[in-house]
Write a protein that binds this ligand. Structure first.
Ligand code: C5P
Length: 281
């Protein structure tokens, strides 16, 4: 049996270049894992189930389904049955753009690889991860990374040190619905995100520098969730949407500043958290 943390992520910048013939969108995004995490327990052999022990995986159990798909895809790649029991302790909210379901799936793949004597971030795991979901390859390694293509082409960047305040209202965003609302005016050339990645390649980059944080999904996410739209109106421009929402974040220089920001955001938001940016696990 193995228990692994499955960290949340934020998108420090996210641009969409356009819609692809396969229905997905071509992305350029910088992602960073956080100290906020789920716990994923994998037992082998076990009765092939996914059980949510604590917290919520959402109405359609997105995390449960994604974790089950990860086990099935791993078994298919291995060419043999894999009877794994998965238990999830959910702390990362669903429908938040924090990557909870994808991160749980990556933790399942890492655990299964180790239990089969394979490297947890080797080529087999990476190729299975890309089939399970666009963000899953990023979570196999974690830390800071530039993700391109559908999100599955991952280049590691230097992990940054900063604190982050997170907030979320009642509304949740379904990723596919937010992507479905994109219009050509939301598309850009990726240069702003590539610039951030360049600054992070060599080491610490002041994450506060460079003004507004691009997120091509933010307009569509606000359209999708009126609660998110109102929350951002209240919190102001210094807060950014992560991924397809509906969580928002603001970077801070210290734990104290992050706690103050979260406390102030808690009145309109309801759910808040404070986390650190983390290095690969
Ligand atoms: O890959 P994943 O299953 O996480 O994606 C969820 C949905 O988000 C996809 O079905 C698709 O509608 C949308 N998506 C997209 N372009 C991407 C990633 C996701 O359109 N690069």
């Amino acid at each position: 049996m193995l228990v692994l943390p499955a960290p949340a992520k934020i998108n420090l910048a996210l641009e969409v270049l356009g819609r692809r013939p396969d229905g997905y969108h071509e992305l350029v995004t910088v992602m960073h894992t956080l100290s906020l995490h789920d716990l994923v327990e994998v037992s082998l052999p076990g009765s092939p189930t996914v059980q949510v022990v604590e917290g919520s995986a959402g109405p359609a159990s997105e995390s449960g389904n994604t974790a089950a798909r990860a086990v099935a895809a791993f078994a298919e790649a291995l060419g043999q049955p894999v009877a794994a029991a998965v238990r999830l302790w959910k702390r990362v909210p669903w429908g938040a753009g924090l990557g909870g379901a994808s991160s749980d799936a990556a933790a399942v793949l890492r655990a299964l690889a180790v239990m089969h004597g394979l490297p947890p971030d080797g080529p087999l795991v990476m190729s299975v991860a890309a089939r399970v979901g666009s963000d899953v390859p990023f979570f196999v390694r974690g830390g800071a990374a530039l993700a391109e293509g559908r999100g599955e082409i991952v280049t590691g960047l230097e992990a940054q040190s900063a604190w982050v305040a997170l907030a979320m209202g009642e509304g949740r965003c379904a990723t596919a619905a937010v992507y479905g609302r994109l219009i050509p005016a939301d598309f850009s050339d990726g240069q702003s995100t590539a610039g951030l990645a360049d600054r992070m390649r060599g080491g610490p980059a002041d994450p506060h520098r460079g003004g507004g944080r691009p997120n091509a999904l933010a307009r569509a996410a606000r359209e999708e969730s009126s609660e998110l739209d109102r929350l951002l109106d209240t919190l102001g421009d210094a807060w950014s949407v992560t991924g397809s929402g509906s969580a928002v974040f603001r970077l801070a220089q210290s734990e104290r500043e992050a706690r103050e920001l979260a406390a102030a955001a808690g009145v309109p938001a309801g759910w808040t958290a404070v986390a650190r940016l983390t290095a690969p696990g």
